[in-house]
Design a protein around this ligand. Structure first.
Ligand code: IPD
Ligand code: CA
Ligand code: CA
Ligand code: CA
Length: 259
């Protein structure tokens, strides 16, 4: 795993270089599924760079990236979001990252998330703990939902998929504090770092979460679906927390009677 981790970190640094270059120089912006679903030159170039770097080193590995789709199948599969937080990036709101996860025979084993503007490198290898710039990461010790700090995110066109508005409203009705930072991979890393106590979102894609799920779990946190069932990549719902507030969070936000 050491070589794979070093490669993932090197690839993340390449992507960060591309993010920072385009923040400085300016970039072209296109839309994808609608006017609020953006993609920039930086997303595409960062993905091409990460893909070329990893596949040159590991030609028999598979690669799934947000902007390029999937190639073939293999025991080892890199799952990459070349720029998580594109809308933030496009507005120069400094909260975006590159996310590189590695799945081995269907199990997430390694994750690297690099916050481009802060140069904060989060990484974890299954069974070896989670780290931020070399220091061990631990989730928060908060054990009550009230007073905890939560985060969520919304799909690009929330008017077409309003489900998370229901959960968001429930959170506010319970008097909870909720942020919407805009980069799911980083939001999850903030749970791992104890900066957030919990996070949930609906409809995230594998590349948003593959790396950060390992980081949260290795930092002592819990990642499940809406009813506390184990989370599997590609599931519609994800709930992550420090573990201590998990049951209360599920009860307050996702249990019908609590609305
Ligand atoms: C998005 C971000 C955002 C989340 C969206 C994602 P992108 O990813 O992670 O926080 O709310 O659901 O699609 O498009 O910026 O890579
Ligand atoms: Ca993303
Ligand atoms: Ca992205
Ligand atoms: Ca996107």
């Amino acid at each position: 795993m050491d070589d794979l981790l070093a490669s993932a970190i090197a690839a993340a640094r390449l992507a960060r270089g591309i993010h920072l270059y385009y923040q400085e120089k300016g970039f072209a912006v296109d839309t994808k599924t609608g006017p609020t679903d953006l993609v920039t030159q930086a997303d595409r170039e960062a993905e091409a760079a990460v893909k070329a770097f990893l596949l040159e080193r590991y030609p028999d590995h598979a690669f799934l990236g947000e902007e390029g789709g999937q190639d073939h199948e293999a025991a080892y599969r890199w799952i990459v979001d070349p720029l998580d937080g594109t809308v933030n990036f496009a507005h120069r709101f400094p909260f975006f990252a590159v996310s590189i996860g590695l799945e081995v025979r269907g199990r997430l084993e390694l994750g690297v998330v690099l916050d481009s503007t802060r140069d904060e490198l989060f990484w974890a290898v299954r069974g070896r703990g989670a780290y931020l710039n070399g220091r061990p990461l631990r989730v928060s010790a908060t054990d009550r939902l009230i007073g905890s700090l939560l985060a969520t995110g919304f799909p690009y066109d929330v008017s077409k998929d309003r489900e998370n508005l229901v959960y968001f409203e429930r959170a506010l009705e319970h008097g909870l504090t909720v942020r919407r930072p805009g980069a799911a991979a980083l939001d999850l890393c903030y749970v791992a770092a104890g900066r957030l106590d919990g996070f949930w979102e609906v409809k995230l894609k594998p590349w948003d979460v593959a790396a950060a799920v390992v980081i949260v779990e290795e930092a002592g946190g819990r990642v499940t679906g809406l009813a506390g069932e184990p989370y599997a990549l590609g599931n519609r719902y994800i709930v992550a927390s420090n573990g201590r507030i998990h049951a209360e969070m599920i009860e307050a936000l996702f249990t019908e009677a609590s609305g």
